[in-house]
Each structure stands twice: as structure tokens, then as C-alpha cells.
Write a protein that binds this ligand. Structure first.
Ligand code: 5GP
Ligand code: ZN
Length: 142
């Protein structure tokens, strides 16, 4: 993709602080450094989001995440954990439309990363959940 910023990084047209690279993926520091060591792992092949992976590319890309995650964690003794985040679609905060995984090292409960899942469990009956379950099951393999 000619104008994709991450394709430009893959081609070396935009510099990046690369921490890992092979024929399938590139991992480089996120320019925002939400927390120190914040890294993006991307497939070199341009695909927009999670919905576009086939099983082969998914297994190749996902297989490389733990290695990069371990290296980041080992790089700084203050890293206590890590959030791995993958945004898909503008509504889900995706701003660069070349699939990528954020590896966000966590240092303290009050560092510069936060994620909120509301607990709506009291709004669902077992029947409601069964309907949601069935609707997803019906589309498996689409
Ligand atoms: P998204 O919001 O799509 O999940 O994440 C896109 C990320 O790409 C952002 O965290 C942003 O800081 C990062 N980013 C955008 N442009 C560049 C760039 O030119 N170089 C690097 N290293 N990161 C970038
Ligand atoms: Zn791209």
C-alpha cells in the first residue's frame, strides 16, 4: 500500500526504532511511548485489521508475539506486566489502518495506560446470553 504509514516503515521509507524483524513481521517502538518500551508488532503484509487475517498469517504473526513480549519485559526490571492491545476500526480507536498489536509494558497501577471494561453482568439473563452465544456460533466460519 503506497500511502500506508506502516508499509512505509516496512519499506524503510520512514525510520523506526526496530526491535525485531523477520520475513513475516516487524516490531518497532510506538512513537507515542504510552509507557516506556511501548512497541508495535505488525505483519509486513498490508492487511487492515483482524477481520482480514487468514489462519496461516494469523498463526505466523501471533506466534511471534511472545518472543517480543519476553524481550521487552526482560529489558527493564521495573516492568511488572504487559497489556497487548489490538484495535480494529475507528470506533475501537484504530488510527492506523494497517493491522498492529500494541505491546504496552506496565510499571504501576497509575502509569499512563488504562483500560475500562464495565461490568454489565446484572443486565443479562441466562436467556439473553444464550441468544448472544447462538448468534455468534451461527456465524462461525463466515
Ligand atoms: P492505533 O490507534 O491505530 O491502535 O495505533 C496506532 C499507533 O501508531 C499509535 O499508538 C501511534 O502512536 C503509532 N504511530 C503513528 N505513526 C507512527 C509512526 O510514524 N511511527 C511509529 N513508530 N509509530 C506511529
Ligand atoms: Zn500498510
Amino acid at each position: 500500500m503506497k500511502d500506508c504509514i506502516f508499509c512505509k516503515i516496512v519499506r524503510g521509507e520512514i525510520p523506526s526504532y526496530t526491535v525485531y524483524e523477520d520475513d513475516v513481521v516487524k516490531a518497532f517502538l510506538d512513537i507515542s511511548q504510552g509507557t516506556p518500551g511501548h512497541t508495535l508488532l505488525i505483519p509486513k503484509k498490508h492487511i487492515a485489521n483482524i477481520f482480514e487475517y487468514d489462519e496461516e498469517l494469523a498463526s505466523e504473526v501471533f506466534a511471534r508475539i511472545p518472543k517480543v513480549a519476553r524481550a521487552i519485559k526482560a529489558s527493564n526490571p521495573d516492568i511488572k506486566g504487559m497489556n497487548i492491545v489490538n484495535n480494529n476500526g475507528q470506533i475501537a480507536y484504530q488510527s492506523v489502518f494497517h493491522s498492529h498489536f500494541h505491546l504496552v509494558p506496565r510499571y504501576t497501577t497509575h502509569d499512563d495506560f488504562a483500560m475500562i471494561f464495565k461490568d454489565n453482568s446484572n443486565k443479562y439473563t441466562a436467556d439473553d446470553l444464550k441468544k448472544v452465544q447462538q448468534s455468534i456460533v451461527d456465524h462461525m466460519g463466515d
